[in-house]
Design a protein around this ligand. Structure first.
Ligand SMILES: NC(=O)c1ccc[n+]([C@@H]2O[C@H](COP(=O)([O-])OP(=O)(O)OC[C@H]3O[C@@H](n4cnc5c(N)ncnc54)[C@H](O)[C@@H]3O)[C@@H](O)[C@H]2O)c1
Ligand SMILES: [Zn+2]
Length: 361
């Protein structure tokens, strides 16, 4: 382990304190990290997906065994469809057959799908056992592995069934990104741009499109931003955590209106941010140059910025009305008046959204 490229970022929430350990090659030290940084011991389940398993499960499993843990391996099909009650149940059944009890723990090895599902299973198994996150996508490294939002999709919508369950430890190894397909790699940068817009405009200059090496510093910055927001508002009660929805109101509407799977989440969020920036310029006095600065960066990152490719405005407004983020019909929209800051506003109604979207077509 190279001391210069490791980070240890604490996350302190009302329901638990944990650390995010970031370092190249940490996957090989999984067992050692869990045994030295936590009190976990004994039997555990590694839950991973069909694409990640052949790449990294062997390394994680043997590291756990060497440290004296007794892991079972459960592999789910890769993809969003695995975030379901059926797959959660099959994992729980495998854990029961494997002899896991209330003193056991679970390891989530994969992207946001594996992390959300595994955290959910851990949260309800024997009314809650600990879990460790080992994120392997950009989205999971910079966003979903931190914060304790876990869950699965219901037939009626995404992420509707879940529990807050914070991980006991997060082991983040940037080397896992080397195997990520190009489109999956790119989409994760939408969440990084989002963090920059709402919290730290200077980060916009530290994002280097296309580069996969030495991403540790950027991952660490993003984890620190996410951690600070989660610490301030773990259960999304004060409005602070809701700022993480910048670009997501319209992003989710695009995913939904186009049919899930058509757009990757990060791609839809990129267009959602293009729209939120325009809304911010028209109705929250964001300077035009700041809007253009972010849109230019999204384009350089290979993310979609041309709103003419999005579904029709009427379909988007319809999809927005069924979004759980719309509290009782009133839209709590996230805008930025100045890059690096964000605010929730109830001033942005459907008419203003429609006007902004039309100005982008
Ligand atoms: N809990 C949260 O706070 C939070 C935040 C953001 C997103 N999410 C959720 O995360 C999910 C999206 O996560 P994602 O983008 O990581 O998707 P994902 O988990 O589906 O991973 C994307 C694809 O990459 C593959 N893969 C993963 N790691 C790989 C690697 N290292 N090399 C090669 N292939 C690899 C996967 O098998 C999958 O096909 C969504 O369900 C979203 O709702 C949750
Ligand atoms: Zn997102």
């Amino acid at each position: 382990m190279n001391a210069k490229s490791n980070w240890n970022i604490p996350v302190q929430t009302a329901s638990g304190h944990y650390a995010v350990h970031i370092g190249e090659g940490f996957l090989e030290s999984t067992g050692e990290l869990i045994s030295t940084k936590t009190k976990l011991h004994g039997t555990c389940a590694i839950i991973t997906d069909s694409k990640v398993e052949p790449l990294y499960a062997g390394t994680v499993r043997s590291s756990l065994e060497q440290a004296g843990f007794r892991p079972i391996l459960q592999t789910i099909p890769s993809g969003e469809r695995s975030k379901s009650l059926e797959v959660a149940e099959s994992c729980a059944d495998a854990m029961i057959s494997g002899g896991l009890d209330r003193s056991s723990f679970v390891v989530a090895l994969g992207g946001g799908v594996v992390g959300d599902l595994t955290g959910f299973v851990a949260g309800i198994y024997f009314r809650g056992i600990p879990f460790v996150q080992i994120p392997t996508t950009v989205v999971a490294l910079v966003d979903s592995s931190v914060g304790g939002k876990t869950g699965v999709n219901a037939k009626g919508g995404k992420n509707l069934l879940g529990v807050f369950h914070q991980p006991t430890l997060v082991i983040a190894d940037p080397n896992t990104l080397a195997s990520l397909p190009e489109r999956e790699f790119r989409e994760g940068f939408a969440e990084i741009v989002k963090h920059a817009v709402i919290r730290d405009a200077s980060m916009l200059d530290r994002i280097t499109p296309g580069r996969r090496e030495n991403l540790g510093p950027l991952i660490a910055e993003n984890v620190a931003i996410k951690a600070a927001i989660v610490e301030a508002d773990e259960r999304e009660q004060t409005g602070e955590r809701a700022l993480l929805n910048f670009g997501h109101t319209i992003g989710h509407a695009i995913e939904n209106a186009a049919g899930y799977g058509e757009w990757f989440h990060g791609e839809a969020v990129s267009l959602g941010m293009v729209a939120a920036l325009r809304i911010s310029r028209l109705f929250a006095r964001l300077p035009q140059a700041e809007e253009e600065r972010v849109v230019r960066l999204l384009a350089r990152l290979g993310l979609p910025v041309d709103f003419r490719k999005a579904p029709p405005t009427g379909d988007l407004l319809q999809a927005m009305r069924s979004d759980k983020k719309f509290s009782e019909g009133a839209i709590r929209f996230v805008v930025t008046q100045k890059l690096g800051t964000a605010q929730l506003t109830s001033e942005v109604d459907a008419l203003k959204i429609a006007e902004a979207l039309e100005s982008l077509r």
